[in-house]
Design a protein around this ligand. Structure first.
Ligand code: SF4
Length: 188
């Protein structure tokens, strides 16, 4: 949402609510000056290890350039970093990894709902990996079904997730056979 309204206190109330959710491992404010936007990070999307490159409206190459996404993110002054941890059967547990990604997507959708309810007026949510809001993405034949419920992956912006996490006091690795998924809320 970008209507320029004042949001005094809404971010603090939202953070308090996010921290109360069982599925959230950690949620903390972070300094946006740690964010860097690098073409090298974005280029990793092209390796398509997640299988979503060129298959989703919220992924490269159609989600915007690094330059465009940096400009969109730099207009915010505050941020909340949030993560969830998925326990896997073993390091080959692909289904567990997919389930973990969907679980983070659900958290981000809940953050979006709570942000609107609490009156946060000017914000953007960045996610992890391809969008999971629909069973099958409408890309490329039809427009996105829920443009307000698809969250550009942090990596697609060229942001180094691991470095951002470590610089912000988060653990990136939360134990053997786990995957940690990160999302972020940027707001004014
Ligand atoms: S909301 Fe649906 S159509 Fe839009 S990017 Fe996500 S999965 Fe694709």
């Amino acid at each position: 949402m970008e209507d320029g309204r004042e949001t005094t206190g809404a971010g603090d109330r939202l953070l308090e609510e996010i921290r109360s959710w069982d599925q959230v491992n950690q949620a903390d404010p972070f300094d946006l000056s740690v964010l860097t936007f690098e073409e090298e990070i974005r280029a990793m999307c092209e390796q398509n290890t997640c299988g979503r490159y060129g298959k989703s409206w919220n992924c490269p190459p159609v989600c915007g350039t690094v330059e465009e996404l940096e400009a969109a993110c730099r207009r915010y002054s505050k941020g909340i970093l949030v993560n969830s941890v998925k326990q896997l059967e073993d390091s080959f547990d692909w289904q567990g990894m997919m389930d973990g990604g969907r679980a983070l997507c659900d958290i981000l959708l809940d953050i979006d709902d709570a942000a609107r309810r609490l009156g946060l007026a000017d914000y953007r949510i960045l996610g992890s990996g391809g969008c999971n809001s629909c069973e099958d993405c409408s890309y490329p034949d039809h427009p996105c079904r829920h443009p307000d419920k698809q969250f550009t992956p942090i990596e697609a912006c060229g942001i180094n997730v691991m470095q951002t996490a470590l610089d912000s006091g988060f653990k990136y690795n939360n134990g053997q056979n786990t995957v940690t998924y990160f999302g972020m809320l940027l707001y004014n």
